[in-house]
Design a protein around this ligand. Sequence first.
Ligand code: SF4
Ligand code: ZN
Length: 307
Amino acid sequence: MPCKNCLNKPVIKLTNNNIQLCKQHFVKYFERKVLSTIKNYKLIDKNDKVGVAVSGGKDSLSVLNILNMLKEKTRRFTLEAIAIDEGIEGYRDETLETAKKFCKQNKIKLHIFSYKNEFGDTLDNFLKKSKMKACSMCGPFRRYLLNKKSKELGFTKLATGHNLDDESQTIMMNYFRRNLETSARLGPISGITKDKRFIKRIKPLYLVTEKEVATYAFLKGLTTKFNECPHNSDSYRGDVRDLLNNMEAKYPGTKHSIITSFLELLPILKESFKGFIPIQSCKNCGEPSSQEICQTCKIVEILKKKG
Ligand code: SF4
Ligand code: ZN
Protein backbone atom coordinates (compact mmCIF):
# COMPACT_ATOMS: atom_id res chain seq x y z
CA MET A 1 0.00 0.00 0.00
CA PRO A 2 1.40 3.45 -0.90
CA CYS A 3 1.31 6.64 1.20
CA LYS A 4 -2.23 7.80 1.99
CA ASN A 5 -1.59 11.13 0.26
CA CYS A 6 0.52 10.17 -2.78
CA LEU A 7 1.96 7.13 -4.53
CA ASN A 8 5.31 7.19 -2.73
CA LYS A 9 6.66 4.40 -0.57
CA PRO A 10 5.49 4.70 3.05
CA VAL A 11 8.04 5.08 5.89
CA ILE A 12 5.61 4.57 8.78
CA LYS A 13 2.20 3.19 9.70
CA LEU A 14 0.43 5.30 12.34
CA THR A 15 -0.93 3.02 15.04
CA ASN A 16 -4.00 4.97 16.06
CA ASN A 17 -5.61 5.11 12.61
CA ASN A 18 -3.71 2.59 10.43
CA ILE A 19 -2.64 5.32 8.00
CA GLN A 20 0.63 4.89 6.10
CA LEU A 21 2.70 7.93 5.13
CA CYS A 22 5.76 8.58 2.96
CA LYS A 23 8.73 10.62 4.20
CA GLN A 24 7.49 13.99 2.99
CA HIS A 25 3.90 13.55 4.23
CA PHE A 26 5.00 12.06 7.55
CA VAL A 27 7.30 15.02 8.33
CA LYS A 28 4.45 17.38 7.48
CA TYR A 29 2.00 15.37 9.62
CA PHE A 30 4.40 15.26 12.58
CA GLU A 31 5.25 18.96 12.55
CA ARG A 32 1.59 19.92 12.16
CA LYS A 33 0.62 17.69 15.08
CA VAL A 34 3.26 19.20 17.38
CA LEU A 35 2.40 22.75 16.31
CA SER A 36 -1.31 22.13 16.90
CA THR A 37 -0.52 20.76 20.39
CA ILE A 38 1.36 24.00 21.13
CA LYS A 39 -1.58 26.05 19.83
CA ASN A 40 -4.47 24.07 21.30
CA TYR A 41 -2.98 23.81 24.80
CA LYS A 42 -1.61 27.39 24.68
CA LEU A 43 1.88 26.16 25.56
CA ILE A 44 3.62 29.36 24.44
CA ASP A 45 2.54 32.97 25.01
CA LYS A 46 3.70 36.09 23.26
CA ASN A 47 7.08 37.30 24.62
CA ASP A 48 7.79 34.02 26.41
CA LYS A 49 11.45 33.19 26.90
CA VAL A 50 11.37 29.47 26.26
CA GLY A 51 14.17 27.22 27.45
CA VAL A 52 14.41 23.76 25.91
CA ALA A 53 15.86 21.02 28.10
CA VAL A 54 18.17 19.23 25.69
CA SER A 55 19.96 15.98 26.26
CA GLY A 56 21.05 15.52 22.66
CA GLY A 57 18.66 12.60 22.21
CA LYS A 58 15.92 12.21 19.58
CA ASP A 59 13.11 13.68 21.71
CA SER A 60 14.75 16.89 22.87
CA LEU A 61 16.32 17.63 19.47
CA SER A 62 12.95 17.16 17.76
CA VAL A 63 11.35 19.65 20.17
CA LEU A 64 14.19 22.11 19.72
CA ASN A 65 14.00 21.81 15.93
CA ILE A 66 10.26 22.45 15.75
CA LEU A 67 10.29 25.27 18.32
CA ASN A 68 13.15 26.89 16.45
CA MET A 69 11.16 26.72 13.21
CA LEU A 70 8.16 28.26 14.98
CA LYS A 71 10.28 31.00 16.54
CA GLU A 72 11.83 31.91 13.17
CA LYS A 73 8.40 32.00 11.56
CA THR A 74 6.45 33.94 14.18
CA ARG A 75 9.11 35.94 16.06
CA ARG A 76 6.67 35.95 18.98
CA PHE A 77 8.99 34.41 21.58
CA THR A 78 12.67 33.79 22.24
CA LEU A 79 14.38 30.45 22.51
CA GLU A 80 17.45 29.09 24.31
CA ALA A 81 18.57 25.62 25.33
CA ILE A 82 19.69 24.19 28.65
CA ALA A 83 21.55 20.92 29.17
CA ILE A 84 22.60 19.04 32.28
CA ASP A 85 25.86 17.13 32.22
CA GLU A 86 25.43 14.40 34.83
CA GLY A 87 28.89 13.03 34.20
CA ILE A 88 28.06 9.67 32.60
CA GLU A 89 31.06 8.55 30.61
CA GLY A 90 30.45 7.12 27.17
CA TYR A 91 26.87 8.37 27.13
CA ARG A 92 26.18 11.97 28.10
CA ASP A 93 29.50 13.23 26.70
CA GLU A 94 28.43 11.85 23.32
CA THR A 95 24.85 13.13 23.35
CA LEU A 96 26.02 16.57 24.52
CA GLU A 97 28.29 16.80 21.50
CA THR A 98 25.24 16.26 19.27
CA ALA A 99 23.34 18.96 21.20
CA LYS A 100 26.24 21.42 20.94
CA LYS A 101 26.57 20.82 17.22
CA PHE A 102 22.84 21.31 16.60
CA CYS A 103 22.72 24.53 18.66
CA LYS A 104 25.79 25.93 16.93
CA GLN A 105 24.41 25.19 13.46
CA ASN A 106 21.08 26.79 14.33
CA LYS A 107 22.52 29.71 16.35
CA ILE A 108 20.72 28.71 19.54
CA LYS A 109 22.30 29.71 22.85
CA LEU A 110 23.06 26.59 24.88
CA HIS A 111 23.70 26.68 28.66
CA ILE A 112 25.34 23.62 30.18
CA PHE A 113 25.42 22.88 33.92
CA SER A 114 27.22 19.91 35.37
CA TYR A 115 26.84 17.84 38.55
CA LYS A 116 30.59 18.23 38.97
CA ASN A 117 30.40 22.03 39.19
CA GLU A 118 27.08 22.23 41.01
CA PHE A 119 27.32 19.27 43.43
CA GLY A 120 31.04 18.54 43.52
CA ASP A 121 31.42 15.39 41.43
CA THR A 122 30.15 13.37 38.48
CA LEU A 123 27.25 10.92 38.74
CA ASP A 124 29.65 8.08 37.88
CA ASN A 125 31.86 8.95 40.88
CA PHE A 126 28.94 9.56 43.26
CA LEU A 127 27.65 6.09 42.44
CA LYS A 128 30.98 4.54 43.40
CA LYS A 129 30.61 6.06 46.89
CA SER A 130 26.93 5.35 47.43
CA LYS A 131 24.59 2.38 47.33
CA MET A 132 21.77 4.57 46.04
CA LYS A 133 20.15 3.62 42.74
CA ALA A 134 21.40 5.83 39.90
CA CYS A 135 18.02 7.29 38.95
CA SER A 136 17.01 7.91 42.60
CA MET A 137 19.99 10.25 42.84
CA CYS A 138 20.10 11.57 39.32
CA GLY A 139 16.34 12.27 38.96
CA PRO A 140 16.11 14.77 41.86
CA PHE A 141 19.47 16.37 40.90
CA ARG A 142 18.37 16.86 37.34
CA ARG A 143 14.93 18.27 38.20
CA TYR A 144 16.53 20.55 40.80
CA LEU A 145 19.10 22.03 38.41
CA LEU A 146 16.63 22.44 35.57
CA ASN A 147 14.21 24.33 37.82
CA LYS A 148 16.83 26.48 39.55
CA LYS A 149 18.90 27.35 36.49
CA SER A 150 15.85 28.01 34.29
CA LYS A 151 14.68 30.61 36.80
CA GLU A 152 18.15 32.16 36.99
CA LEU A 153 18.27 32.35 33.20
CA GLY A 154 14.89 34.11 33.17
CA PHE A 155 13.04 31.40 31.24
CA THR A 156 9.27 31.74 31.45
CA LYS A 157 8.68 28.15 30.21
CA LEU A 158 10.80 25.03 30.06
CA ALA A 159 10.05 22.70 27.14
CA THR A 160 10.87 19.02 27.55
CA GLY A 161 10.91 16.11 25.11
CA HIS A 162 8.32 13.92 26.86
CA ASN A 163 6.30 12.03 24.27
CA LEU A 164 3.02 10.11 24.32
CA ASP A 165 4.75 6.86 25.36
CA ASP A 166 6.54 8.50 28.33
CA GLU A 167 3.36 10.15 29.53
CA SER A 168 1.15 7.06 29.17
CA GLN A 169 3.74 5.06 31.17
CA THR A 170 3.78 7.70 33.93
CA ILE A 171 -0.03 7.81 34.06
CA MET A 172 -0.26 4.01 34.43
CA MET A 173 2.59 3.90 36.98
CA ASN A 174 0.76 6.49 39.08
CA TYR A 175 -2.47 4.45 38.87
CA PHE A 176 -0.72 1.22 39.83
CA ARG A 177 1.00 2.92 42.76
CA ARG A 178 -2.08 4.90 43.83
CA ASN A 179 -0.25 8.13 43.22
CA LEU A 180 -2.96 10.34 41.72
CA GLU A 181 -1.58 13.50 43.28
CA THR A 182 1.48 13.17 41.05
CA SER A 183 -0.76 12.62 38.01
CA ALA A 184 -2.54 15.89 38.77
CA ARG A 185 0.69 17.68 37.88
CA LEU A 186 0.98 15.97 34.48
CA GLY A 187 -0.49 17.11 31.16
CA PRO A 188 0.88 19.10 28.19
CA ILE A 189 1.53 22.00 30.57
CA SER A 190 2.56 21.10 34.10
CA GLY A 191 1.56 22.28 37.53
CA ILE A 192 -1.53 22.54 39.70
CA THR A 193 -0.92 25.93 41.27
CA LYS A 194 0.67 29.14 40.13
CA ASP A 195 3.90 29.19 42.11
CA LYS A 196 6.79 31.35 40.95
CA ARG A 197 9.26 28.93 42.52
CA PHE A 198 8.38 26.36 39.85
CA ILE A 199 9.20 26.93 36.22
CA LYS A 200 6.22 25.99 34.02
CA ARG A 201 7.03 22.91 31.99
CA ILE A 202 5.58 22.34 28.55
CA LYS A 203 5.53 19.14 26.50
CA PRO A 204 5.07 19.85 22.77
CA LEU A 205 5.52 16.12 21.90
CA TYR A 206 2.61 15.14 24.16
CA LEU A 207 0.49 13.69 21.35
CA VAL A 208 3.15 11.95 19.25
CA THR A 209 4.44 8.46 19.93
CA GLU A 210 8.03 7.42 20.61
CA LYS A 211 8.11 5.62 17.26
CA GLU A 212 6.95 8.78 15.48
CA VAL A 213 9.59 10.92 17.24
CA ALA A 214 12.35 8.42 16.41
CA THR A 215 11.22 8.36 12.75
CA TYR A 216 11.11 12.17 12.59
CA ALA A 217 14.54 12.59 14.21
CA PHE A 218 16.01 10.02 11.85
CA LEU A 219 14.41 11.46 8.69
CA LYS A 220 15.49 15.00 9.61
CA GLY A 221 19.02 13.82 10.41
CA LEU A 222 18.83 15.27 13.95
CA THR A 223 20.66 12.31 15.44
CA THR A 224 21.99 9.03 14.18
CA LYS A 225 22.50 7.47 17.59
CA PHE A 226 19.67 6.16 19.70
CA ASN A 227 21.70 5.18 22.76
CA GLU A 228 20.23 4.80 26.24
CA CYS A 229 21.69 5.75 29.61
CA PRO A 230 23.72 2.80 30.97
CA HIS A 231 22.46 3.52 34.51
CA ASN A 232 18.82 3.21 33.53
CA SER A 233 17.70 1.18 36.49
CA ASP A 234 14.01 2.01 36.66
CA SER A 235 12.76 -1.51 36.16
CA TYR A 236 9.22 -0.55 37.20
CA ARG A 237 8.93 1.88 34.29
CA GLY A 238 10.56 -0.74 32.04
CA ASP A 239 7.90 -3.28 33.02
CA VAL A 240 5.07 -0.80 32.40
CA ARG A 241 6.65 0.12 29.05
CA ASP A 242 6.74 -3.56 28.01
CA LEU A 243 3.16 -4.04 29.16
CA LEU A 244 1.90 -1.05 27.15
CA ASN A 245 3.94 -2.06 24.10
CA ASN A 246 2.40 -5.53 24.21
CA MET A 247 -1.08 -4.07 24.55
CA GLU A 248 -0.41 -1.64 21.70
CA ALA A 249 0.79 -4.46 19.43
CA LYS A 250 -2.34 -6.46 20.17
CA TYR A 251 -4.79 -3.57 20.41
CA PRO A 252 -3.46 -0.64 18.33
CA GLY A 253 -4.44 2.74 19.73
CA THR A 254 -4.17 1.70 23.40
CA LYS A 255 -1.62 4.39 24.30
CA HIS A 256 -3.66 7.10 22.57
CA SER A 257 -6.73 5.97 24.53
CA ILE A 258 -4.82 6.23 27.82
CA ILE A 259 -3.80 9.81 26.99
CA THR A 260 -7.25 10.84 25.73
CA SER A 261 -9.01 9.43 28.82
CA PHE A 262 -6.43 11.06 31.05
CA LEU A 263 -6.90 14.47 29.41
CA GLU A 264 -10.65 14.17 30.09
CA LEU A 265 -9.93 13.44 33.75
CA LEU A 266 -7.16 15.98 34.24
CA PRO A 267 -9.26 19.10 35.05
CA ILE A 268 -10.99 17.13 37.84
CA LEU A 269 -7.66 15.86 39.19
CA LYS A 270 -6.15 19.36 39.14
CA GLU A 271 -9.12 20.78 41.02
CA SER A 272 -9.07 17.98 43.61
CA PHE A 273 -5.38 18.27 44.40
CA LYS A 274 -5.06 22.06 44.36
CA GLY A 275 -2.82 22.98 47.29
CA PHE A 276 -2.95 19.37 48.53
CA ILE A 277 0.65 19.33 49.68
CA PRO A 278 1.81 22.74 50.93
CA ILE A 279 5.10 23.64 49.30
CA GLN A 280 7.73 25.11 51.58
CA SER A 281 11.10 26.60 50.71
CA CYS A 282 14.08 24.39 51.57
CA LYS A 283 15.82 25.79 54.67
CA ASN A 284 19.18 25.10 53.11
CA CYS A 285 18.91 26.24 49.47
CA GLY A 286 15.55 28.02 49.22
CA GLU A 287 14.25 25.83 46.39
CA PRO A 288 10.66 24.51 46.65
CA SER A 289 10.28 21.36 48.73
CA SER A 290 7.54 19.31 50.37
CA GLN A 291 9.75 18.97 53.46
CA GLU A 292 11.96 21.30 55.51
CA ILE A 293 15.08 20.23 53.62
CA CYS A 294 14.74 19.34 49.95
CA GLN A 295 15.60 15.93 48.56
CA THR A 296 18.63 17.24 46.64
CA CYS A 297 20.18 18.90 49.73
CA LYS A 298 19.60 15.67 51.71
CA ILE A 299 21.39 13.54 49.10
CA VAL A 300 24.27 16.04 48.79
CA GLU A 301 24.70 15.96 52.58
CA ILE A 302 24.83 12.15 52.64
CA LEU A 303 27.39 12.13 49.81
CA LYS A 304 29.55 14.72 51.60
CA LYS A 305 29.69 12.51 54.71
CA LYS A 306 30.92 9.63 52.56
CA GLY A 307 33.81 11.87 51.43
FE1 SF4 B 1 19.98 9.91 35.26
FE2 SF4 B 1 18.60 7.60 35.44
FE3 SF4 B 1 18.11 9.32 33.44
FE4 SF4 B 1 20.42 7.94 33.50
S1 SF4 B 1 18.33 7.07 33.27
S2 SF4 B 1 20.18 10.13 33.04
S3 SF4 B 1 20.81 7.87 35.70
S4 SF4 B 1 17.76 9.68 35.63
ZN1 ZN C 1 17.61 22.35 49.28
